[in-house]
Unconditional design. Structure first.
Length: 300
């Protein structure tokens, strides 16, 4: 091996354009700038973009000017309509558009078709992080990506600078679908947490700070049940390995409802799930676990 090969330098950080300088966009821009990437930024409210100039960003006067500056264009805007508005006058042919704007799977697929009609490759994204987690590898934040596999592979290193990357398929709507599915599960967990704290809230001798570790430990212990649900969905056998079957859970649910009533707590967060379990039980599935509720949710 000659000395030139031994001292071969890696490629310099790739330039990119960022549309959107809100809280998330600003965090993304600063992560790329800190890693040495030349960043051209545009924001509908110019002052927000200009604040990044001190960090080394080039501020474009228009979205079209920002798009023209670089091949890799990343959008992190308010909503899908904002993406269309911002890029309406831009020349996208030959550009690689990565859309990190929160949206639905259908919007992701439609935006991919829209970009492809204009000669651009497209990658949808779903950010599983809040701004303080961006640029902090140990935070565990990451971004789902779906769409053009070639685009993802070409820009993988650049995309990995602010947060981890997880490519979830060629369907441009899959990033949003994974994003929303996880957020929906989170909301369900928060609903349970809210109900639990409401139950103890009227007891002056129970400090919520003492209760919180118990709640976290319990939820952590229960979370791996998702793997069992996945296996049952895959096999189609909802009875394999069931410990607490649906009949038992429906019977026990009456105690949960009665306790809430005794504590003066509304049951509106827990009764919808109980209603679904009772429906599944009435259909003759008492030996299953709660996996069959998913079939009820998907039957329209």
């Amino acid at each position: 091996m000659n000395s030139d090969s031994m001292h071969e330098k890696s490629a310099p950080p790739a330039p990119l354009t960022l549309l959107g300088a809100g809280a998330m966009g600003t965090a993304l821009a600063r992560a790329w700038l800190s890693a040495g990437h030349p960043v051209t930024v545009w924001n509908r409210t110019p002052a927000r973009a200009e604040a990044l100039a001190a960090d080394g960003a080039t501020v474009a006067r228009s979205a079209a000017e920002a798009v023209a500056a670089n091949r890799l264009v990343i959008a992190c805007l308010l909503d899908d309509a904002s993406v269309g508005d911002a890029l309406g006058d831009s020349e996208l042919a030959g550009r690689d558009l990565v859309n990190l704007t929160t949206g639905t799977p259908a919007q992701g697929r439609a935006r991919a078709a829209w970009a492809q009609e204009r000669g651009a490759r497209f990658l949808g994204g779903g950010i599983m992080a809040v701004p303080p987690m961006i640029g902090v590898p140990e935070s565990g934040g990451y971004v789902f990506y779906s769409g053009s596999a070639d685009l993802f592979e070409e820009h993988r290193d650049t995309l990995a600078v602010p947060a981890g990357t997880r490519y979830v398929g060629a369907d441009a709507g899959f990033a949003a679908l994974h994003d929303v599915a996880l957020l929906s599960a989170m909301e369900g967990m928060f609903a349970g947490v809210s109900h639990a704290f409401a139950l103890i809230g009227g007891e002056k001798d129970i400090d919520p700070r003492d209760f919180a570790p118990l709640l976290v430990d319990w939820l952590t212990a229960m979370a791996p049940a998702a793997h069992q649900v996945a296996e049952r969905l895959r096999s189609g056998d909802y009875t394999r390995g069931v410990v607490s079957n649906l009949a038992m859970q429906v019977a026990g649910g009456a105690t949960l409802v009665r306790t809430a009533e005794e504590q003066g707590v509304s049951t509106e967060l827990i009764t919808p799930f109980h209603d679904l379990m009772r429906r599944r039980l009435a259909d003759g599935h008492g030996e299953e676990d709660t996996t069959g509720v998913i079939d009820l949710l998907r039957s329209r």
